[in-house]
Design a protein around this ligand. Structure first.
Ligand code: PMP
Length: 410
């Protein structure tokens, strides 16, 4: 049997139409099959922010494998890769009170941990999430999501209240029974919907007013994807708990929920070991993640230090002159103009190109893949093309990819 036949027979499928590209090698923004070269315009869905197999990430992985791999379940031994990654993450959050990191294996596991943490800390039961938000597929995270994915998997968590993103009236649904509000500052699977500035401030105020914890899910938007290291830094609003995963590992599996010490402390007693994971914060993944974080800053993937007016490596600066990612974002927006394109929205390199319908979009995506440009649509927005390339994509590569997309539309 061929590898393709074995894939279809022995590897679990989640749809009847998997892409089924057989990739032999990946490097930078490119994937290679035996016969073809592809531009990965979606970064393996928001993962390869620093490109595939970044040499510094690969080196960190090799060095760590030479020292040790798994030693002990999470939280018992002092493992330098974890410690240094936690320190580096907290440094990016130095302007907030987030200073304690719980490492997980994935995004959905970070969501689960944060839900438990918020319930324990507030001693409340209810959780609020947005319509058309995707927070993961395990049963707690799935409970936060939309009916479409939930309906055949009940019973799930029952005490979930849904709000509409950017709707001020719905803030009333956040009450003194709410343990936490799970919110993406820039919604991913809803088709890249950024929160309005005033709304995010109002959401923060409402949570503070009723004593609910505000949890930002930056699993897709974090690690530079939107042009700042954290998307919430575009707004000057801070969460009580922050979630990250995906791009965090530079291609290795890892996630985290991050909170102030005093909130995280509730996992220590009644019962002790309030959240357990065997592999969470695997040392090889942590080494890869620290290298990824360092690449983003040391190689100036986000900012041009020579053009930087203020210390915009941190917060507050709205200038696009010094933001490489914003310049690349603008280039996509400038080039992707066509009568069939209704809108190009998004922030940084987290973009959605809107068409009239899925029926119009799907053949364009198929044709683009045939021509060597991989794109996709969104779980909750099937009339929009996902564009989220590695942050290292160059101007020439953007021009080439846009030419291909436009020719496919034609
Ligand atoms: N939250 C968001 C915003 C996501 O985009 C995703 C993955 N698409 C998840 C959570 C779940 O992450 P994972 O697939 O690593 O479990």
């Amino acid at each position: 049997m061929t590898t393709r036949q074995l894939f279809l027979q022995n590897v679990a499928q989640t749809s009847d139409f998997p892409l089924a590209l057989e990739i032999q090698k990946a490097e930078g923004i490119y994937l290679y099959s035996e016969t073809k070269k592809y531009i990965d315009l979606i970064s393996g869905i928001g993962v390869s922010n620093v490109g595939h197999r970044h040499p510094k990430v690969v080196e960190a992985i090799k060095n760590q494998v030479d020292n040790y791999m798994h030693l002990m379940v999470y939280g018992e031994y002092i493992q330098a890769p974890q410690v240094h990654l936690a320190e580096a993450l907290c440094k990016t959050l130095g302007h907030t009170s987030l200073n304690n990191v719980y490492f997980t294996n994935s995004g959905t596991e970070a969501v689960e941990g944060a839900m438990k943490l918020a319930k324990r800390f507030t001693q409340r039961t209810n959780i609020v999430s947005c319509n058309k938000a995707y927070h993961g597929s395990t049963q707690g995270a799935l409970s936060l999501g939309d009916e479409h994915f939930k309906r055949n998997y009940r019973p799930l968590l029952s005490s979930i209240d849904k709000i509409e993103r950017n709707d001020f009236n719905d803030l009333e649904k956040i009450t003194n029974r709410t343990a936490a509000v799970f919110f993406e500052p820039v919604g991913g699977e809803s088709g890249v919907l950024a929160a309005n500035h005033d709304y995010l401030h109002a959401l923060r105020s409402r949570c503070t007013e009723v004593g609910a914890l505000l949890v930002f899910d930056e699993i897709q938007s974090g690690f530079g994807r939107t042009g700042k290291f954290w998307a919430f830094d575009h707004y000057g609003v801070h969460p009580d708990i922050l979630l990250c995963a995906k791009g965090m590992g530079g291609g290795m599996p890892i996630g985290a929920f991050i909170a102030p010490n005093e909130i995280m402390a509730v996992l220590k007693d009644n019962p002790i070991l309030g959240h357990i994971t065997t592999f969470g914060g695997h040392p090889v993944s942590c080494a890869a993640s620290l290298a990824t974080l360092n690449v983003i800053f040391e190689e100036n993937l986000l900012y041009d230090p020579n053009n930087c007016q203020k210390d915009c490596n941190r917060i507050a600066c709205k200038s696009i002159d010094c933001s490489f990612i914003e310049q690349k974002s603008q280039l996509f927006k400038k080039l992707l103009v066509h009568p069939k394109i209704k809108d190009v929205r998004g922030i940084g390199l987290m973009l959605a190109v809107e068409f009239e319908s899925f029926e119009v979009l799907k053949p364009i995506i198929d044709r683009a893949i045939e021509k060597g440009v991989i794109t996709d649509w969104f779980l909750y927005c099937d009339n929009s093309m996902r564009i989220a390339p590695p942050l290292i994509i160059t101007e020439e590569e953007i021009k080439f990819a846009c030419d291909v997309i436009l020719s496919c539309i034609d």
